[in-house]
Design a protein around this ligand. Structure first.
Ligand code: COI
Length: 330
């Protein structure tokens, strides 16, 4: 048995090497993305491990079908960039790693909310401009006085609720698939109520079509001018043009974004030196009340270990004609 792993970053390589040594299974690593053009390199292998935010498209699955490559194990949870119908048509079995570390993503969201609330970007920027003094603009807000609205109560949303509750915030939640059934979680019956009440709106919903632009102009209009928005989920949940207008008109107070619509290949490439020239993002990046990060909320040692091990264990399970240990759950 031997596997081929795509888009392997330098920080992942040691975890692959450890797994290979422990299981005595060869895993060939490349930093290339998995596409219809690059998949040929995996032709003689028994399974593919991959991680990318650019699409896994129909052409890729057609080629996998032709090459008789039936197993693709994603090293992440989100499947919004996978043409699932094409995978099925061409007989490709998929797995993801549904719970590599909900803590990592939830913690990063809380970190960014606190950064916005305590104005740490403005404090750092002052020093970049050669100054170092107290400013009235640095006055913050304490978590225990905040109402946090958690949108989406899956594994990550639940962890976010636990963290914000631990910090003394009042937490309300909305999830269309869970209505008031969980002990200790205060659900509101619709998104509108949450958006009107929350001081921090934090998104933990999947990138499904029904969630496209969940936060649009109408949604921002419902929020308080002091509210901040945190998106560590999927770019498609937020209409960025509407967000910019809401910031420009002081309908909301700030935003932290870790995921973006149409994420480029460069954003995920560790060696990329492509210029940051997406005009809307470049505009947002200059603001003290906006924090941007390149889809790395997940990036902890624990998460990376589980992502690598989870996908390789799935490939082993597929090959042993077991169900993959980590079936697609989202
Ligand atoms: C996911 O696990 O779906 C993420 O968003 C992480 C990213 C590296 C794709």
């Amino acid at each position: 048995m031997k596997f081929f792993a795509y888009n392997v970053r330098p920080d992942e390589a040691p975890y692959f090497e450890k797994w290979q040594a422990e299981h005595d299974i060869e895993v060939t690593l490349t930093s290339d993305f998995l596409t219809a053009d690059t998949v040929i390199r995996a032709a003689d292998y028994n399974g593919i491990s991959a991680l990318q935010t650019i699409p896994y498209d129909a052409a890729l699955f057609a080629k996998m079908g032709r090459l008789n490559l039936p197993y693709l194990a994603l090293r992440n949870v989100g499947i919004d960039n996978v043409d699932l119908a094409a995978a099925e048509t061409h007989g490709v079995k998929l797995s993801n790693v549904p719970a590599y570390s909900p803590y990592a993503i939830a913690e990063f969201g809380v970190l960014q909310a606190m950064n916005l609330r305590r104005r740490t970007k403005a404090i750092a920027n002052q020093q970049l401009h050669g100054e170092f003094h107290w400013s009235p603009d640095f006055m913050g807000t304490e978590m225990r006085h905040q109402t946090v609205g958690v949108v989406g109560v899956g594994k990550i949303g639940r962890q976010a609720i636990a963290l914000y509750t631990g910090l003394g915030a009042t937490v309300i939640a909305f999830d269309p698939s869970r209505q008031g059934s969980d002990a200790g979680i205060t659900y509101v019956s619709n998104l509108e109520i949450l958006l009107k009440q929350a001081d921090i709106v934090t998104l933990h919903a999947p990138g499904r079509p029904e969630n496209d632009h969940l936060l649009n102009a109408e949604a921002f209009a419902l929020m308080k001018p002091t509210t901040i928005v945190i998106n560590t989920a999927r770019g498609s949940l937020v209409d960025l043009n509407a967000l910019k207008r809401a910031l420009d008109t002081h309908q909301i107070a700030g935003a932290a974004l870790d995921a973006f619509e149409d994420e480029t290949a460069e954003m995920q490439q560790i060696n990329s030196h492509a210029p940051f020239n997406e005009p809307l993002l470049a505009d947002l990046a200059k603001r003290d009340n906006v924090l941007l990060s390149p889809h790395m909320a997940f990036h902890t040692e624990t998460a990376v270990t589980n992502m690598v091990n989870g996908s390789l264990m799935s490939l082993m399970a597929f090959n042993q004609e077991n169900q993959a240990e980590f079936e697609l759950r989202y």
